[in-house]
Design a protein around this ligand. Structure first.
Ligand code: GLN
Length: 184
């Protein structure tokens, strides 16, 4: 069975652990480079991207994560997608540039910043939870849009990596986690 690491510095890593298990994978929490090394893929969960960036630095995990991503799949949800993006605005902050997308943080405004809605994924619809979600403003040439919501890309993959701006770990539908497991 493939081992999926869940970056467990901050955010909703426990919900991802359960979602990976529902999808048939083995989930382990990752808080060090050594733990990361033992994984076949990594999920960077939702939470607060600025805080997660700082914690990656404090735990000396930024460089190990880059090296891991050069060989193995990484999946970022919401704040995790912000960390994986090429560039980030509103406000601007550094990111890991693992996937060629540009994102705007907290892009949906205060009134509708968190909602449960349906997204279109490859001919079918899926329930999706958005919580102070970023908007994907640009997808680079190598990127593939796997789901959209009102025309905006909300699930994108590029090579071995993928991101969602919604939280697939919070709905019973395992399709997104299964798609990640299939990359390992
Ligand atoms: N708004 C958060 C950020 O900008 C992301 C929210 C989330 O991960 N649910 O980091």
């Amino acid at each position: 069975m493939k081992t999926v690491g869940i970056l467990a510095l901050q955010g909703d890593f426990d919900a991802h652990r359960k979602a990976v298990e529902r999808a048939g994978g083995l989930a382990v929490e990752v808080r060090s480079a050594k733990e990361l090394d033992a994984c076949d893929g990594l999920i960077v969960p939702g939470g607060e991207s600025t805080t997660m960036l700082k914690l990656l630095d404090i735990e000396n995990l930024t460089e190990p994560l880059r090296q891991f991503a050069a060989r193995k799949p990484v999946f970022g949800t919401c704040a995790g997608a912000i960390l994986l993006a090429r560039s980030v605005t509103n406000p601007a902050q550094p990111s890991l540039n693992l996937i060629d997308i540009d994102v705007e943080r907290n892009a949906y405004g205060r009134q509708i910043d968190s909602r449960v809605t349906r997204v279109k994924a490859d001919g079918h619809e899926m329930e999706a939870v958005f919580i102070r979600a970023p908007k994907i403003l640009r997808v680079g040439e190598g990127g593939k849009v796997l789901a959209t919501c009102n025309g905006d890309p909300v699930w994108v993959e590029q090579g071995r990596h993928m991101v969602t701006t919604f939280h697939p770990e919070l709905t019973p539908d395992s399709r997104v986690h299964c798609a990640f497991l299939a990359k390992l």
